[in-house]
Design a protein around this ligand. Structure first.
Ligand code: RB5
Length: 144
């Protein structure tokens, strides 16, 4: 996971987990670009989702992480952006599979849905899992 830069963002519903994930990744020397939100004040998740996705598409970041209350709003927005394959994960199996099979470049999490330790475990597994290519590449090409 060396030379990995992660763009990360949340709305107010994912604010605590965003900060926890940033601390966690920094402790592993993984660089984070924090696009906000920076306070607990209510804000609009579509704007944050777009900012993170743009950093991934411009290669400023290798991958993106988005957190809101459910993870659903973030994933709906992210998946409307061409070139983004966002996976909303609530378990570690899906975190691995969405990299291996779908080459997901954005991970979405729901702070009001899963515990913090599970969120950190999902992030770790997602970041270290590789795309398998082969027949999965054909399917990813079909999405694009
Ligand atoms: C904010 O209240 C909440 O709607 C948002 O965090 C997210 O869950 C939307 O999908």
């Amino acid at each position: 996971m060396e030379n990995l830069t992660v763009a990360i963002g949340s709305d107010h519903g994912g604010f605590e987990y965003k900060n926890a994930i940033i601390e966690h990744l920094k402790s592993k020397n993984i660089k984070c670009i924090d696009v906000g939100t920076y306070t607990k004040e209510s804000c609009d998740y579509p704007k944050i989702a777009r900012e993170v996705c743009q950093k991934v598409l411009s290669n400023e970041a290798s991958k993106g992480i988005l957190i809101c209350g459910t993870g659903i709003g973030m994933s709906i927005v992210a998946n409307k952006i061409k070139g983004i394959r966002a996976a909303l994960c609530g378990d570690t199996f899906s975190a691995k599979a969405c990299r291996a099979h779908n080459n997901a470049n954005v991970l979405c999490l729901g702070q009001r849905v899963i515990g913090e330790q599970l969120a950190l475990d999902i992030v770790d597994i997602w970041l270290k899992s590789e795309f398998e290519g082969g027949r999965h590449q054909r399917r990813v090409d079909m999405i694009e």
